[in-house]
Design a protein around this ligand. Structure first.
Ligand SMILES: [Fe+2]
Length: 292
């Protein structure tokens, strides 16, 4: 499980540097970007990448949205740790998006600015053998395997750009936490309805073997139809599987619903306690296990 992207970096040098050096914030540009130090990846890193990639790939046909699968296949990233420049050629042709390598977590305003300009920040380092299934902060496997495939989808890519464009308004209203919940429940842990049943498209679950399966199969979590204001006001779990997943009808509907001024939501939500992650409200449309 990863932490929220919006956390400010703490002491990056606490990171385990037994494989490749990670969390080096000293040698970066003003926009927090670095060149991907490709020659620092060891053969063990390459092996770990292939292991993680192949383990997740087996789950995709059953559990992932087709748009995500199509995007992943277009990236040809299964044989080796992908080079940012190679992915950028493919993404550039598909949607105009580009990846930028960063040392790790970056501040909110920098993150929003990258997204608003069609740049997706990816941590360049790869998790260690002792972190295959639990990560304190996102690595390149999470960022690339989880997030990049849908950046080749024009509708989802535009949704991400608009999300970034909305960042300054959230900061202005002191509502970063509300906007971060939308990212969490949709970009990290979203489910989508399809003719074949629910499918996962969130990067958080699709880069995690166990949560990919859990999000679709388990009877335990709530699955609730996407409601923008509900999501903005719902707290989330960072250290366990989600108690609630929100389900979108389509990427087009997600885009249309979210393409509005969030100011009234921020004003109504200001100072209020968030809804707890496991709660179901009388106004929720709950999607029961038998229905998908
Ligand atoms: Fe993520």
């Amino acid at each position: 499980m990863e932490q929220n992207h919006t956390q400010t970096p703490k002491n990056p040098f606490e990171a385990n540097t037994s494989h490749v050096l990670r969390g080096d914030y000293e040698h970066m540009r003003a926009d927090y970007t670095v060149d991907q130090p490709y020659d620092q990846y060891t053969e063990a890193d390459q092996e770990r990448w292939r292991f993680l990639y192949n383990r997740q790939k087996k789950l995709l046909k059953r559990y992932a949205a087709q748009e995500y699968i199509d995007g992943l296949e277009s990236l040809n990233a299964g044989d080796a740790i992908p080079r940012v420049e190679d992915a950028n050629k493919i993404l550039g042709d598909a949607t105009g998006w580009q990846l930028v390598a960063v040392p790790g977590l970056i501040p909110d305003d920098v993150f929003f600015d990258h997204l608003a300009n069609c740049r997706f920040p990816v941590s360049w380092w790869i998790r260690g053998d002792d972190e295959l299934d639990y990560l304190v902060e996102p690595d390149y496997f999470h960022d690339f395997f989880g997030h990049v495939p849908l950046l080749s989808n024009p509708v989802f890519a535009e949704y991400m750009r608009k999300y970034g464009k909305g960042g300054p308004k959230a900061i202005e209203h002191g509502a970063q936490k509300m906007l971060a919940r939308l990212y969490w429940y949709i970009v990290e842990f979203g489910l989508i309805k399809t003719p074949d049943g629910l499918r996962a498209f969130g990067a958080g679950m699709l880069s995690s073997k166990d949560e990919t399966i859990y999000s679709i199969e388990s009877p335990k979590p709530n699955r609730i139809a996407f409601d923008l204001e509900r999501v903005l006001n719902t707290a989330y779990m960072v250290d366990d599987f989600q108690k609630t997943y929100f389900v979108v009808d389509s990427f087009e509907s997600l885009f249309e619903i979210s393409d509005c001024d969030f100011t009234p939501f921020y004003e109504r939500g200001a100072g209020k306690e968030p809804i707890s992650p496991e709660k179901i409200l009388p106004t929720d449309t709950v999607i029961n296990k038998g229905q998908f």
